[in-house]
Design a protein around this ligand. Structure first.
Ligand SMILES: C[S@@+](CC[C@H](N)C(=O)[O-])C[C@H]1O[C@@H](n2cnc3c(N)ncnc32)[C@H](O)[C@@H]1O
Length: 230
């Protein structure tokens, strides 16, 4: 009797649960991650302070290090940056590509470009950076060359459009990197109404589904999508 009861017991399902309940990168853990970063060039620190004071949404030093490390990993020599603001991430790219490398800065705001130009000179990377003021997507659509890296940090509603433009302008083995793909967690909302979140959700879905890329999202800061051109 006891035996048959045992046999009829429903099998326990062992579905993987990838939630890491005991760990979160917000708050004190973020503080720790930023506290262990090596000291940066004083101009970069000045830019971080300027960005904080004037609400310029820069990637910050932890993400910037990932960008630089990825560029070093594939020995990137050409980077096309879409959305450069005051040139903070541009400088990290410029340092990664070395003296013979080239980084394209793009921003729609000429005042940003002017400020960025000053920083490039002070950091000593001005000869590696080409500045373009105007619409970054239009600029990319006109490019005939294939870059080693395309970095996407423009207005979020344009992300799906950027994705359509990138494959033919990125060499195989190159990287398509996009910031803010977790959008402060709003991507996890049930029915997001705002256009930016919807555009990012569409972008992430298309990026993972694309046969042109092998993608992972790194949940660092606001989420960084790293897509290898295959
Ligand atoms: C998030 S900020 C870039 C920050 C920069 N990547 C960094 O981390 O240092 C976005 C910038 O992209 C610019 N931008 C947004 N959409 C653009 C577009 N379609 N064409 C050119 N610039 C654009 C904005 O003017 C803004 O300065």
């Amino acid at each position: 009797m006891a035996q048959s009861k045992l046999q009829s017991k429903p099998k326990k399902e062992h579905k993987p649960n990838w939630r890491h309940y005991s760990f979160t990168t917000v708050g004190p853990i973020d503080d720790y991650l930023y506290s262990i970063l090596p000291k940066r060039d004083s101009v970069l620190e000045e830019m971080e302070n300027y960005a904080a004071k004037h609400d310029v949404p820069i990637v910050g030093p932890a993400v910037a290090r990932v960008l630089q490390q990825l560029a070093m990993t594939i020995n990137a020599k050409t980077v096309c940056e879409l959305g450069s603001a005051i040139g903070y991430s541009t400088i990290w790219w410029a340092q990664a590509v070395g003296e013979k490398g080239r980084v394209i800065y793009t921003d729609g705001d000429p005042k940003n470009a002017e400020r960025a130009r000053g920083y490039f000179g002070r950091v000593g990377v001005a000869n590696r950076v080409t500045l373009h003021t105007g619409d970054a997507l239009e600029f990319l659509s006109e490019q005939k060359e294939q870059f080693d890296i395309v970095f996407n940090d423009v207005d979020k509603e344009d992300y799906p459009r950027v994705l359509r433009l990138v494959p033919s302008r990125l060499r195989k083995g190159g990287l398509f990197i996009t910031d803010n793909v977790l959008w402060s967690g709003r991507v996890a909302q049930k029915n997001p109404k705002d256009g930016y979140t919807k555009a990012i959700l569409e972008f992430n879905r298309l990026l993972y589904a694309s046969k042109d890329f092998y993608t992972t999202i790194l949940p660092i800061r606001d989420g960084l999508a790293v897509a290898l051109r295959v």
